[in-house]
Design a protein around this ligand. Structure first.
Ligand SMILES: NC(=O)c1ccc[n+]([C@@H]2O[C@H](COP(=O)([O-])OP(=O)(O)OC[C@H]3O[C@@H](n4cnc5c(N)ncnc54)[C@H](OP(=O)(O)O)[C@@H]3O)[C@@H](O)[C@H]2O)c1
Length: 253
């Protein structure tokens, strides 16, 4: 029988954990026995996710302020995490700023924010937390990419800066995988299609697995892909493309 990785007691940092997929990942990982650390820009939103986790699992969750678009904020978060933890078992690089295509010019500050959150901030956070990951007996980095980040992907409704940032984020995951080859740390990547944002416990969450071909994927499908990837035996590193007819690689959006 295949021996799966156990998440029980694992310390997990989730960026962009205040809403959407990041919140769903944090709640689901807590339900799987992990101890999530919720990182993001909006402390109120993070506290609300922490309350949901406490209600659903009885687990007390730490909240850490983190703006991936601001190198000083990333450095503060890294310093705090290093002071308070000896080990991090799993880093989920989920936070990224969405920017839709537009007839209007994109403003310089939004272009920089998109690229800095997905690329520079994600790199600096991962680099900063590497000593804590190296302290773990089961260290994993999971990057949440996008089908937009795949080579030759259709641009669909994404802006060029977001499209480019997601391609760079896929390169970050590949670059880390190469740099970490021969070490215990795995770099895993999941590429979601356009998602319906459903919350753990909501009816749409419970019914997600009953969706038919042709319907859009949901947060739950990505959470399950992450849980699948991180529980594989440690000699296996997965890059998963989650696809769907609607909002997927070949969608006529
Ligand atoms: N939803 C989709 O259709 C879809 C499709 C493909 C890939 N993805 C990827 O999945 C991940 C999660 O996205 P989502 O589905 O939850 O929707 P989203 O609207 O793209 O949410 C982005 C998340 O990242 C956080 N974030 C944005 N800028 C940040 C920054 N500078 N510092 C820290 N956190 C920041 C947001 O928090 P705030 O509350 O602070 O804004 C939010 O939690 C992202 O990497 C996204 O690109 C999503």
């Amino acid at each position: 029988m295949i021996s799966l990785q156990n998440l029980e007691g694992s310390v997990v940092v989730v960026s962009g954990a205040g809403r959407g997929l990041g919140a769903a990942l944090a709640v689901s990982l807590a339900e799987a026995g992990s101890r999530p650390i919720l990182c993001g820009r909006n402390r109120e939103a993070l506290e609300s996710v922490a309350s949901t986790i406490l209600e659903r699992t009885g687990v007390q969750t730490q909240v850490v302020k983190l703006d991936l678009g601001d190198a000083a904020s990333v450095a503060r978060a890294v310093t705090q995490l290093k002071a308070e933890h000896e080990v991090i078992d799993l880093l989920i690089n989920n936070g990224a700023m969405w920017l839709e295509s537009s007839e209007e010019d994109h403003r310089p500050e939004e272009v920089l924010a998109v690229v800095n959150a997905a690329v520079s901030g994600t790199f600096l956070l991962t680099q900063g937390l590497m000593p804590l990951l190296r302290g773990s007996s089961r260290p994993d980095i999971v990057t949440i990419g996008s089908i937009s980040g795949l080579p030759g992907a259709a641009i669909q409704t994404t802006s060029v800066p977001f499209y480019a940032a997601k391609r760079a984020q896929a390169a970050l995951a590949d670059g880390f995988a190469q740099m970490l080859a021969g070490t215990p740390v795995r770099s895993l990547v999941i590429h979601p299609p356009y998602l319906d944002d459903v919350e753990p416990g909501a009816e749409a969450w419970e019914n997600a697995s009953k969706r038919r071909k042709g319907e859009r994927a949901t947060n739950r499908d990505i959470v399950e892909a992450v849980l699948f990837a991180v529980t594989r035996p440690r000699h296996v590193s997965l890059s998963i493309v989650v696809d769907a007819d609607e909002g997927g690689r070949f969608s006529r959006l």
